[in-house]
Every structure is written in structure tokens, then in C-alpha cells.
Design a protein around this ligand. Structure first.
Ligand SMILES: NC(=O)c1ccc[n+]([C@@H]2O[C@H](COP(=O)([O-])OP(=O)(O)OC[C@H]3O[C@@H](n4cnc5c(N)ncnc54)[C@H](OP(=O)(O)O)[C@@H]3O)[C@@H](O)[C@H]2O)c1
Length: 225
């Protein structure tokens, strides 16, 4: 039994088992918040391709599956080119090497993407911002590469783009409920299963260095049984 503040809780949509809800977890729910932010800022499938960084990670994997299901052309950026088939199975139409985005950013680059879901931050986010087409939007939720943002204001003042910050923890309850409801309608459960492995809770100590080394693909559910 756990006693919690009522406003911390959201009902589990009936579409999901408890295990599926855990497979989605904070990462998948955050990916949904990112997609909702792109929509709120007017990025539609007809706007052009959308980039997902940190693509093989939890946020990235769910974001690809959601965006593909919603009809977006999804480009995935990863350091693991060996996972290209996995990323394409989730719905990515193009896979790029994250090294293309991790160097020093120019103020503006060629307009590549109408929007992006970024879980990486740092020079990657700066390069992504410089490559967003006029009026586009980047939903920034993570810091896998770093917490800094070494870019310029040029994409904002010359291309009118938007940087939408995503916070999962303090998001209002109504938004959390909306995100879980959208996951129930927009997440392909076959793809969720393909990005999830279940491991016994006793494995958690061995898993930690794998997570830090970026070797985990998608999501890991811990079986407490
Ligand atoms: N704002 C929020 O409320 C919120 C909620 C959830 C998570 N987050 C943050 O979002 C980020 C992603 O979470 P996650 O659960 O998806 O983590 P994850 O499963 O560990 O995935 C992170 C991915 O980032 C990429 N990456 C790691 N190190 C990198 C580097 N040095 N340079 C470029 N890319 C790198 C890797 O993707 P590839 O192998 O494909 O390159 C990795 O799989 C984390 O920073 C997390 O703290 C924030």
C-alpha cells in the first residue's frame, strides 16, 4: 500500500495492462507530451519531416512510433547505426548518424525539418534548432548529451521557430490525463512490445551501467515478482 497525494495520480487507461503502462513509463508519456507540443505549435504531417534525436532510447523510440502512426515522415538520429532496422520497424523513414548533429552549431543551417523531438540537448539541440524550417517547432525534453545549449538566437528571430520546453513532472493533471488518453489511442501496442524487454528486478544493478553506456534499446520493465 502506498499513500500519495491525489493530484499526483492519473487513472490508467483501460487500453493498457499494468505492464504496458510501465513499458510506456515516464519516457513514453514524455514522448507524448512532446508530440502534443508540436501539434499545439502547428506542426502537422503536411508541414514536412520531423526529427527525433536519441532515437534508440526510451523517449526516442516511443516518439517515433507515435509520430509515424499519426502520419508524420519521421527521421531518426542515433549513435547506433546498427539499430537502423529497429528504428525503421518503429516507423522512421530515414536514419542519420548523431555525429552529424553533435559538433559546434552554426547560427543557421539548411532547413531540414518542420519539427523535432529532442531528448539530447547541448550542441545537438543547437544544431537541430538551426535546421528547423520556417515557423517550425522543437520539443525539448532531455539532456542525454548535456545540459548546455550552445546556439544562437538566429533560428528564432530569422525563421520564427519555437523551442517548446517539456516537463513531465509538474505538468498539470489535465495535461497528464490528456497525454495518457492520447497514448491509448495513438500508440501501436505491437511497436510498444517490440521496444520493450522485461528483466527481473534483481538485474537492476547490472542494468545501470548499461543504461549509462547507452546500450539499452527502448524500454526495460522490471518484474518485481
Ligand atoms: N523533461 C522530462 O520531464 C523528461 C522525462 C523523461 C526523460 N527525460 C530526459 O530525456 C532524456 C532521454 O530519456 P530516455 O528515457 O529516453 O533515456 P535513454 O533511454 O537512456 O535514451 C537516451 C538516448 O540519448 C542518446 N544519447 C545518449 N548519450 C548521448 C550523447 N552523448 N550524445 C548524443 N546522444 C546521446 C542515445 O540514443 P542513440 O543511442 O539513439 O544515439 C540514448 O539511447 C534523458 O536526458 C532524460 O533525463 C526528461
Amino acid at each position: 500500500m502506498a499513500r500519495l497525494k491525489a493530484e499526483w495520480l492519473v487513472p490508467k487507461p483501460p487500453a493498457f495492462t499494468a505492464a504496458q503502462a510501465m513499458a510506456i513509463g515516464t519516457a513514453g508519456y514524455t514522448a507524448m507530451l512532446c508530440v502534443m507540443a508540436l501539434e499545439a505549435h502547428g506542426v502537422t504531417p503536411s508541414s514536412g519531416p520531423v526529427l527525433v534525436t536519441g532515437a534508440v532510447g526510451g523517449v526516442g523510440s516511443v516518439a517515433i512510433a507515435l509520430l509515424a502512426r499519426l502520419g508524420y515522415a519521421v527521421h531518426a538520429s542515433t549513435g547506433r547505426r546498427e539499430e537502423e532496422a529497429y528504428l525503421k520497424s518503429l516507423g522512421a523513414s530515414e536514419v542519420i548518424d548523431r555525429a552529424e548533429l553533435s559538433g559546434k552549431a552554426r547560427p543557421l543551417a539548411k532547413e531540414h525539418w518542420a519539427g523535432a523531438v529532442d531528448s539530447v540537448g547541448s550542441t545537438t539541440l543547437a544544431n537541430v534548432l538551426a535546421s528547423i524550417s520556417y515557423g517550425g517547432c522543437v520539443a525539448a525534453c532531455g539532456l542525454a548529451q548535456g545540459m548546455d545549449l550552445p546556439g544562437s538566437v538566429a533560428p528564432f528571430i530569422l525563421r520564427g521557430i519555437t523551442l517548446a520546453g517539456i516537463d513531465s513532472v509538474m505538468a498539470p493533471r489535465s495535461k497528464r490525463i490528456e497525454a495518457w488518453s492520447r497514448l491509448a489511442s495513438d500508440l501501436d501496442l505491437t511497436k510498444l512490445a517490440a521496444m520493450t524487454v522485461t528483466r527481473p528486478v534483481a538485474d537492476v544493478v547490472a542494468l545501470a551501467p548499461e543504461i549509462l553506456a547507452g546500450k539499452i534499446r527502448g524500454r526495460v520493465v522490471l518484474d518485481m515478482g
